[in-house]
Design a protein. Sequence first.
Lengths: 466, 344
Amino acid sequence: MASRLLTRSTAARLLSHLRFSRALNPSDHLPAHGAGLATLLAPGRGLPAAAKPCPTRDPTRWFSSPAAVAEAPTTADGLTVDSIAGKGWTILPEAESDWRSHAAAVAQSVKLIKKRLKWGWILERSRQLSVVLERPDLWDDTVFAGKVSREHGELMGKIKSVNQFEQELMEHIDMLRLAREEDDNELETETMRALADMRRSAKEKELNALLSGNNDSFSCFIEVQAGAGGTESMDWAAMVMNMYRSWAQQRGYTVTIVEEMPGEVAGIKRATIKVDGEYAFGYAKAEVGVHRLVRISPFDSGKRRHTSFAAVAVIPILGDSSTRYQIKDSDLRIERFRSGGPGGQHANCTESAVRIVHIPTGITATCQNERSQHMNKASAMAVLQSRLDQLEIARQAQMNADHTQSLSEISWGNQIRSYVLHPYRMVKDLRTNYEVSDPDSVLNGELDDFILNFLSTSLDEADGSP
Amino acid sequence: MLASASASASFLPRPKPKPHLLKRLASALTPPSPLSPSTGADPDPDQDPTPLFLRPPAHPVPAPSLAAFRRRAAALVPPSAPHLHRHLRWLLADAAHDPDADPALLRAPLGDLEALWLRHVRDRRPFQYVVGNEHWRDLVVAVREGVLIPRPETEAVVEMVGRVEGFEAGWWTDLGTGSGAIAVAVARMLGPEGKVFATDVSEVAIEVARLNVQRYGMQDKVQIRHGSWFEPLEDLKGKFMGVISNPPYIPTDDLPGLQPEVGWHEPKLALDGGKDGLDHLLHLCEGLSSVLKPGGFFVFETNGNKQSEFLVDFLSTKWDSSFHDVEAVLDFADIKRFVTGYRR
């Protein structure tokens, strides 16, 4: 293993020195275990930004090393991203044409992106996976082999995308020096512009790296449950649910109500919505926990100040069938609304709620939103499937730390955010200390700043190796 | 729940007989005034036969007017009948192109909608007749006065057909198809060789079934024939892989006790099964052997436990030589709702 890494890094270094010879055959740089693996290494869902066309790349695209290199790319005189970032070059505004400032800004971004991607962990994990991939008996268990090769492919996609970005930076720096040596003004301007472009796309990649978790790109269910405190907290739960519905609609997601248990007087005891769209889970998972409201309760005739709580859970809807929990029909008990009495032609009843119980785990799902039982059953099954998938994810949580808690696991002590409407007005995230003084805008769905703040804080403060 | 809805309904004003007239001539000037007690609900003779949800959204209504209607309509719902709030939501979903738009485009004038809602809340006219559809399985089945509203229990029939080996390629018949719900749902599962022949004696049913077949583009798969039970199938004897039917099975004596939505508004023709409720079921059993191929399957919906037990016993003793694996099948409420079996 070590020897191959050495050869690969040597090859990369050689390549960066010899990169004017364009005729190099890309397959020379593939790892030793052959063409079969090459297809497995094709990036799956990698960095979200990797799919976006990057205009800056075009002129120099053919310079980049096609191999996914785990070692840091360097310039001709041995600069690396780390050394650039370590030089403490002043970062000037983008408009200033100073290559050192651009390079330093990009290098900082790359370091941040790596931290967010948990770079040390993914390098280690991809190494472990390649060892597993080389086992001759791997494909005896095709499901396992599929999982391993998919994960490996995804990780390699991420590594490759970052390495290419670094490589690109080094190439631009070399190119700029070359242009200066040769007094080629045109090349110098062009390269300077390319560096400035890189700076912009680096910012975008930073954001995208916030959503690089395994399930981040999927749709999700959001569940809200009212805490103790009767009508006031049921009303609060309804407000929280509305906040998510508006947030999701503003982001262009499709929202459907799956289940709703209305409160006796107002609000909801509990409700589930489905949020459909790319990265819905990646964003919404930042909202898991208990939300606290302080206000003068409109339900209290004494006009006293009340504090109420609502718990929020978020469940990803896994797209990939091979990682999903396999449900056996015999494990299900399906309960439908029945009007009692003789049924059939005797009754006209539009109530068609369906509740499904997964007997081995006791997990249940209800749907009452659709107008036919058949459709309610299908929706409830989808919810059940996701809850069981979540359980499965939780089981594997030690591995990928991508576990979000279900409603039953969320302790009421786990407050993440306070919404104060009286005696002053403020929304404050207790995890990031981010706060705004306009609760109405937040309750109307302006949550992105809270979410991005939380995502970056949680990822950037994590102890990721460089 | 329903009983209390009816109790509070009696406090409400009675409708005028012609909602559109009400709207055009009087509604703006005079509040609806009580009339003589209504005699149940005959379909309005000059009412548009197109189901509400299929009419063009040609009536712009400003959002405040619609909101006011919503409040008025909700105020008519007694606290004991929360299902009516659901119906109101669905009514607006079906009657408006986009209920939240301003102006909202309605498929009927607001006055008509108001009259429809009154008739639903007060006269217990089934919600499905009001909007002209019933959501059944994954279908939105058009219905109107004169055809039975498909029941959720009956959804299971389609699944039973889907479990018959080789069903995709067979010819099936749905006897007394009514709205055509079963015929369309089965047709949608069939392969290129499969066909459904749907019969009904009621002209209204034929019309509605035709509409539903068309709406789901099943004209090539479903043939609708007018006539009583097997009569229109003379030319197809012995050709069927399966016979499906949800015939009238309620004993005549039970009809007066039915819930108002059913007893006052749905067609007797589709409910009344004669003295024991078995008249039509027995007729169907007798005809089975002549239309089914050897090995063919049948499924009937029945009034429940006693009828099903009787039919199972009848078919497997008297006609043991003609049928095998005759059994009663439970519905989701654990009532023996269906009788199924195979021709020898």
